[in-house]
Design a protein around this ligand. Structure first.
Ligand SMILES: O=C(O)CCC(=O)C(=O)O
Ligand SMILES: [Fe+2]
Length: 262
């Protein structure tokens, strides 16, 4: 794993040691105070660049083009909101996705299956244990954004979202986010509407560098990736772990997310 990760700076391979505990404590504090933590350069940038290069032709030929209009909830309607409520404003998303089964020999899959990585993430999230998915497609996804492509405003389904940037675009492709826009008890529809109308001064912007691990509270943090510009695509991996073992998507879900069930 030393060939892939900077384990000098980030001692993920030494659970229980004081330096591991200190790193976990720093991440927990950041999550509590800012809804996010970053490990800048966790993956050696040279490895991240090679991974992106290895996948480039696959993105051209076999990736799923995810293109649609959606609202921030990825739902057609909400039972407690009129259809014309501004919180339901629709925006366009477009990117390409490769699934875990298309990159079986990548460093990303090695990292995903490394038990110390899941152990570390669980500790930062204050969870007893996190398990890799059983789903051969959903466990790791890599998304590529070419010029003109974007991932628009949304909330994630899972409480936490774990990403690792492989390649930065020349321009655009910033990660914009608004922490705690809603909570378990308060959907804050008017606040959501305000933010979508660009009237929320608590929206922040983060430009990730290649190799950076980013963990954020995706369920209640509204977030988007701004439109990419220039020749170089933005390439980012998303890791999915669950508190229960052996989670899979249904064939219908795989069809919807990836355009193929198997
Ligand atoms: O690309 C990113 O930085 C965020 C990805 C994301 O929000 C998602 O996959 O749900
Ligand atoms: Fe997301």
């Amino acid at each position: 794993m030393r060939d892939i990760l900077d384990l000098e700076t980030f001692p993920i391979d030494r659970p229980g040691t004081p330096e591991w505990e200190a790193l976990v404590a720093r991440c927990r504090t950041d999550l509590a105070e800012q809804g996010m933590f970053n490990l800048d350069g966790l993956m050696h940038p040279t490895v991240a660049a090679q991974e992106a290069l290895d996948m480039a032709s696959q993105f051209d030929t076999e990736a799923f083009l995810h293109e649609r209009e959606h609202n921030i909830y990825f739902l057609k309607s909400l039972p407690d909101l009129p259809a014309d409520h501004p919180a339901l404003t629709r925006f366009r998303t477009s990117n390409r996705t490769l699934c875990a089964d298309q990159i079986p020999h990548s460093a990303l899959i090695q990292l995903y299956e490394w038990p110390e990585f899941a152990q570390f993430l669980a500790a930062t999230m204050d969870m007893p244990k996190l398990y890799p998915m059983q789903d051969h497609m959903a466990r790791v996804n890599v998304m590529s954004y070419d010029a003109g492509q974007t991932l628009n405003w949304h909330f994630d389904r899972s409480e936490f979202t774990t990403t690792l940037l492989l390649q930065s675009p020349d321009h655009g492709g910033a990660f914009e986010y608004r922490t705690d826009l809603r909570s378990k008890d308060d959907p804050n529809y008017d606040g959501v509407a305000q933010m979508l109308q660009v009237q929320d001064d608590q929206v922040q912007s983060l430009t990730l560098s290649p190799g950076t691990l980013n963990v954020f509270r995706g369920r209640n943090t509204a977030h988007r990736v701004t439109t990419v510009q220039g020749e170089t695509s933005r390439v980012i991996a998303v890791f999915s772990y669950f508190e229960q073992p052996d989670v899979t998507f249904s064939p219908e879900e795989r069809q919807g997310f990836y355009g193929r069930a198997e």
